[in-house]
Design a protein around this ligand. Structure first.
Ligand SMILES: NC(=O)c1ccc[n+]([C@@H]2O[C@H](COP(=O)([O-])OP(=O)(O)OC[C@H]3O[C@@H](n4cnc5c(N)ncnc54)[C@H](OP(=O)(O)O)[C@@H]3O)[C@@H](O)[C@H]2O)c1
Length: 224
């Protein structure tokens, strides 16, 4: 039986490229988006599911589906994320809350529901950002986005401690990648989604140390 990877936010961007490349490596991919539609038509190797991270019912529906079908996944990639205040100078309450609802709260509580459905020896990969590194922060912009990823990094560490000896956990900076997450990313980012996904998969399939915060672009660890 082929290995199974669950990727959140697989409708486009980095998540879609990850789905494509995991399929090429022989995985079965469960890919999510809010509509349950991905760029590519579903096949027996690509299962599209609905997931709206801020919605507890939506999170529970996906976890229940895994339970009902007795599916245990090998890898979970928490990739879905938003950045409505990317480049903004000051926090604004509505976009701040929306950012945390997806990048942090939704991701944390989705992961908690999914943990019983991850195989022993499996992996939890949180797509974070070097913008969430407290040590590396020397600017004032993108307050909500940076804070949401810093909080996700802390959850990564806590999960690492909790899952020690059973599953491995990592946070990844995927590089600056040409996607529609922000206008400047779509125009100026140096990496394609395919290049980023390739680097992420190399790291995930390698023998990484649990609890690592990895920069795919620079191929080195990042300070938290
Ligand atoms: N691009 C970069 O340069 C960069 C740099 C560092 C980190 N990252 C991180 O990489 C990850 C992927 O980003 P990307 O650039 O590929 O972004 P993207 O192209 O905008 O894709 C975001 C994905 O998240 C999903 N999503 C959005 N809102 C959601 C919600 N409420 N519930 C569930 N899924 C939701 C979207 O699916 P639907 O809208 O179809 O539901 C989409 O598949 C994010 O965590 C981002 O923070 C990106």
């Amino acid at each position: 039986m082929s290995k199974i990877v669950l990727i959140t936010g697989a409708s486009r961007g980095i998540g879609f490229a990850l789905a494509q490349q995991f399929i090429d490596k022989g995985f079965t991919v469960i890919g999510t988006s809010r509509t349950g539609v991905l760029q590519k038509s579903p096949t027996d190797k690509l299962i599209a599911k609905k997931l709206n991270l801020p919605d507890p019912k939506s999170r529970a529906q996906l976890a229940n589906w895994l339970a009902e079908n007795e599916i245990k996944v090998d890898i979970v990639v928490n990739n879905a994320g938003i950045g409505p205040d990317l480049g903004g100078e000051k926090p604004e309450e509505e976009s701040y809350k929306a950012t945390f609802e997806v990048n942090t709260t939704g991701t944390v509580f989705f992961t908690e529901l999914i943990l019983p459905h991850i195989k022993e020896g499996g992996k939890v990969i949180n797509i974070s950002s070097k913008m969430g590194s407290i040590e590396a922060c020397g600017t004032t912009d993108s307050v909500a986005y940076r804070m949401s990823k810093a909080a996700l990094n802390m959850y990564t560490k806590i999960l690492t401690n909790r899952l020690e000896g059973t599953q491995k956990v990592a946070a990844i900076h995927p590089g600056w990648v040409r996607t529609t997450i922000s206008e400047s990313s779509s125009k100026y980012a140096p990496l394609s989604t395919e290049e980023s996904a390739k680097g992420i998969i190399e790291f995930v399939m390698g023998d990484f140390k649990t609890g690592t915060f990895w920069n795919v672009e620079a191929q080195e660890m990042i300070g938290w």
